[in-house]
Design a protein around this ligand. Structure first.
Ligand SMILES: Cc1cc2nc3c(=O)[nH]c(=O)nc-3n(C[C@H](O)[C@H](O)[C@H](O)COP(=O)(O)OP(=O)(O)OC[C@H]3O[C@@H](n4cnc5c(N)ncnc54)[C@H](O)[C@@H]3O)c2cc1C
Length: 318
């Protein structure tokens, strides 16, 4: 084992969950490496303004990510960004990681913090107006649409529950759904139906987004008749599913039917020495604050595991 490539902990993912884990682990003097597929910061760097992270009234996602990165590095945490993991070995006491550039690392523990992504609609204009009228998170962006008329796309529990929560802000919420029935619990459907601020356009979908600096209108196609009409709107919230970034982990750690990592309250997985945190785990609420909380718990649990492991090794005569 090459000592310079061996770490106490390797964290996969440098969003708020992974960066927090890196801060706690390296501050506890544990040799820590964070590896990240893209830019450091995860979904935070896609966020123009974060207004609900406690202790900072309003901050750009990029700035918050950069502060967390600096904090981790100041405690000695190594970070390798824009890398691709080509091999991962989680079973066994020593964990192994190989990158596509050929470098390889080992560790005594691993924290999985790979986050996730909202399912996108994939129609013209969606990429252009993301964060400029199109949102995938009511808790994050609802307040920006106070007294505005908005559209919610989707017909599952998330779509209906978030549509109801958005009526706290918006003057009108139009739910657009592709089928003639909803795939949500009856109580969620009832609550939406009984809300006077909500109306429904069934068997329909959005086929294009238009605007200049920000979203101004959408094309809605009636999927039964094939007819398309253009509607003005201030915002569209898309709730058509969530995809955890766990493709790499299939067969290596226990995932549920939706591909989310199953964890215990201490963030341990079914594999000894492997913990998980943030949006990639099975949970209901996905926010920066919850990711930071999960990352803290995972790091403290991993620290305790590493302490026990070292004590055990010292007790075994060479
Ligand atoms: C547009 C938008 C706006 C939002 N606004 C807010 C807001 O205002 N307030 C709020 O609290 N929350 C907001 N959120 C939600 C918040 O950003 C997420 O809940 C949070 O970032 C999740 O943190 P995480 O660390 O679990 O995962 P992520 O932030 O998703 O980070 C995961 C990281 O892991 C990396 N990764 C994935 N797979 C691999 C792999 N195989 N190998 C290596 N690295 C990998 C990714 O590249 C990424 O950098 C918003 C989200 C979006 C998309």
């Amino acid at each position: 084992m090459n000592a310079t490539n061996h770490y106490d902990a390797i964290v996969i993912g440098a969003g708020p969950a992974g960066l927090t884990a890196g801060i706690y682990l390296s501050r506890a003097k544990l040799r820590t490496l964070i590896v990240n597929e893209g830019t450091v910061g995860g979904q935070m760097v896609l966020t123009h303004e974060i207004a609900n992270y406690p202790g900072v009234e309003s901050i750009s996602g990029y700035q918050l990510a950069n502060t967390m990165k600096k904090q981790a590095k100041s405690f000695g945490c190594d970070i390798r960004a824009n890398v691709v993991i080509s091999g991962l070995e989680l079973a066994g006491e020593t964990k192994g990681l190989t990158l596509s550039d050929g470098s390889s690392y080992t560790s005594d523990s691993v924290i999985l913090a790979t986050g996730g992504r909202s399912r996108t609609l994939g129609v013209p204009g969606e990429d252009t107006f993301k964060g400029r009228g199109i949102s995938y998170c009511a808790t994050c962006d609802g307040d920006f649409f106070t007294d505005k008329e908005i559209i919610v796309l989707g017909g599952g529990n998330s779509a209906l529950e978030e549509a109801v929560s958005l009526t706290r802000y918006a003057s009108k919420v139009h739910i657009v759904h592709q089928f003639d029935h909803f795939q949500a619990f009856e109580h969620a459907v009832e609550e939406a139906r009984n809300n006077p601020k909500i109306d429904f356009t069934m068997e329909s979908s959005i086929t294009a987004f238009y605007g200049n600096d920000k979203l101004e209108s959408v094309d809605i196609k009636n999927l039964r008749t094939g007819e398309t009409s253009r509607f003005s709107t201030d915002g569209v919230f898309i709730f058509i599913g969530y995809i955890p970034n766990t493709e790499l982990l299939k067969g290596k750690v226990k995932l549920n039917q939706w591909g989310e990592i199953q964890v215990n309250p201490d963030m341990s997985t079914n594999i000894e020495g492997v913990y998980a945190a943030g949006d990639c785990i099975a949970k209901r609420f996905r926010q920066v604050a919850t990711a930071v909380g999960d990352g803290t718990v995972a790091a403290l649990s991993a620290s305790a595991y590493l302490h026990n492991l070292k004590t055990k090794k010292q007790l075994i005569p060479a």
